[in-house]
Design a protein around this ligand. Structure first.
Ligand SMILES: NC(=O)c1ccc[n+]([C@@H]2O[C@H](COP(=O)([O-])OP(=O)(O)OC[C@H]3O[C@@H](n4cnc5c(N)ncnc54)[C@H](O)[C@@H]3O)[C@@H](O)[C@H]2O)c1
Length: 259
């Protein structure tokens, strides 16, 4: 147990598995009260039981559910300091294969979900430093290297992740100008071993890969904890001078020249 986010209240979307679950574990380990949300509510409760947190059903595309969740957060926890907009999906399809329904599905989960999360969280997150002290609140949005690099088979996913990077910058400037004390950043992970990636690689339901503890080879997948460590940093007051960024968490992928 540490105290890097001690006394703070955190809400994670898509917290039932994968990166979201690792985020919940890391935030709880460092002292936050964590609200695990997911549309898979039973799994969310299981994670909450494991970490000693709270759990709520939340489909991020549903505005009514966001309003209800934030009402319950205010009632049960008195405010919110950390929001991780993590819930996501991906369907690998070129533009010739991708239906408008599938395109809208990606926009709904990633762009609308992140928009609603930020919109409904602002009243609970602004001016928290005046109430609980510390460096202020932090929103962490989940983008992807697909927001930064060109992958031909995921136009819907890439468009939605690039939109998250743009929204992140806009909100960061708005909240800073208004003096709300809310920083907004995004992470852009490369390939991380989660149920999503296991499904894509045809290993759904099999045991996760054993990601080595030491330095990683250039083509290695990351472990969910590699992203959760960055979420924890951005959530903590150690990151109070970081705002409006979309940060690759990709073992050097974005830095490497491609040809
Ligand atoms: N795993 C990677 O390699 C990788 C890389 C870059 C970005 N990301 C992003 O990280 C985030 C998490 O990915 P993951 O790999 O852990 O995925 P995952 O599929 O393993 O887990 C996603 C979670 O989100 C939940 N979810 C999906 N749609 C939802 C909705 N509408 N409302 C609420 N919950 C919903 C699922 O139930 C699940 O618990 C996503 O935004 C993804 O795009 C992942």
């Amino acid at each position: 147990m540490g105290d890097r986010v001690a006394g703070k209240v955190a809400l994670v979307t898509g917290g039932a598995m994968g990166l979201g679950k690792a985020d919940c574990e890391a935030l709880a380990r460092e002292g936050a009260t964590v609200i695990v949300t997911d549309r898979e509510v039973e799994l969310a409760h299981k994670v909450a039981d494991e970490i000693g947190g709270d759990a709520m059903a939340l489909d991020v595309t549903d505005e009514v559910q966001w309003a209800e969740v934030m009402r319950a957060v205010a009632e049960r926890h008195g405010g919110l300091d950390i929001l991780v907009n993590n819930a996501g999906n991906v369907i690998f399809e070129s533009i010739e294969e991708c239906s408008l329904d599938h395109f809208r599905l990606h926009l709904d989960i990633h762009v609308v979900g992140t928009f609603l999360g930020c919109k409904y969280a602002v009243p609970l997150m602004k001016n928290r430093h005046e109430k609980i002290g510390g460096g202020g609140s932090s929103i962490i949005n989940m983008a992807s290297t697909a927001a930064l690099l060109g992958y031909g088979n995921i136009p819907a996913y890439a468009a939605s992740k690039a939109a998250i990077a743009g929204m992140t910058r806009s909100l960061a400037m708005d909240f800073q100008d208004k003096g709300y004390g809310i920083r907004v950043n995004a992470l852009a992970p490369g390939g991380i071993e989660t149920p999503m990636v296991m499904g894509i690689s045809g290993r759904a339901g099999t045991a996760p890969m054993d990601i080595p503890a030491g330095p990683l080879a250039a083509d290695a997948l990351g472990h969910p904890q590699d992203v959760a460590g960055c979420v924890l940093f951005l959530a903590s007051d150690d990151a109070r001078f970081l705002n409006g960024l979309t940060i690759p968490v990709d073992n050097g992928l974005y830095a490497r020249p491609h040809h």
